[in-house]
Ligand binder design. Structure first.
Ligand code: HPA
Length: 270
């Protein structure tokens, strides 16, 4: 993998320049269009050997590097999900390349179902902690002691505080909660959601947890925001579908974009 990281890093720098990105962003379902926020260059994942296909609709498989609110950012327009390939570590190489480019902080996003009546479709949730209910882990197979990564305060407390402060300034609700990772691609059953409520989950989804683990493994600071697109299975009469997820994502995405712009424009440590 080291050779691939070095080659990809050199290739990306030859196109985008060598200035390190100050923030990395991974875009979730229905948010892929945010790659176009960046004033800079776009590179197709297909041109980056070893990058995942990220072919789920609602994702945009491009890397965008450039300026947003006067800051240098790198945006992953799409991610690979465990359910696409059966590999939980599909984002290992892209995140390792981000680190090799000089990146230190990553903000993950996803679309998620809410378990809390107080958090409704169109709202945002900041992930405080997670429950890995998939039985998978992206570090399986790493053959040395670096695999034993602490997940205490995995979602960086300082970064979370910054995002909460920005949301408050803008008058956008950003409650914190626990995200439970299910492998998908089928949605959860109502019984699974009832069980998750007992176990302490506030939202449920099919991504993010492997990337958060990989970020901690790589020594990257990480935070994650869920865009709530539906109430989880059994909690509302609304049918759950991927089409519904994509249709609902834009209203939460607008709030997320506002927080992101405010954070980049006004906070040095992001
Ligand atoms: N469950 C899992 N993933 C999701 C959901 C959900 O209810 N909504 C959006 N992504």
């Amino acid at each position: 993998m080291e050779d691939m990281i070095a080659a990809l890093t050199a290739h990306i720098q030859s196109i985008a320049g060598e200035t390190p990105p100050e923030l990395g962003l991974v875009l979730g379902s229905g948010l892929g269009h945010l790659v176009d926020l960046v004033d800079g260059v776009k590179i197709a994942y297909a041109d980056l050997a070893g990058f995942p296909d990220a072919g789920v609709s609602g994702h945009v498989p491009y890397l965008a590097i450039g300026q947003l609110e006067g800051r240098r950012v790198l945006i992953f327009g799409g991610r690979s999900h465990y359910y696409e390939t059966g590999q939980a570590d599909a984002m290992h190489l892209p995140l390792a390349v981000f680190k090799a480019l000089g990146g230190r902080r990553v903000l993950l996003t996803n679309a998620a179902g809410s378990l809390s009546p107080a958090v409704q479709p169109g709202d945002l949730m900041l992930i405080r902690d997670h429950i890995n209910f998939s039985g998978q882990n992206p570090l399986i197979g790493i053959a040395d002691d670096t695999r034993f990564v602490s997940m205490v305060d995995a979602y960086d407390p300082t970064l979370r505080q910054t995002l909460r402060d920005c949301a408050e300034t803008l008058g956008i609700a950003l409650p914190e909660g626990v995200y439970a990772w299910f492998s998908g691609p089928s949605f959860e059953t109502p019984a699974e959601i009832r069980a998750m409520r007992v176990l302490g989950a506030d939202a449920v989804g099919m991504s993010t947890v492997p990337e958060a683990i990989l970020c901690r493994f790589l020594g990257l600071e990480v935070a994650a925001v869920s865009i709530i697109t539906n109430m989880a299975a059994g909690l509302s009469d609304e049918a759950i579908s991927h089409a519904h997820t994509k249709a609902m994502a834009p209203s939460g995405a607008r709030k997320f974009e506002a927080i992101l712009r405010h954070a980049l424009g006004s906070v040095k440590e992001i």
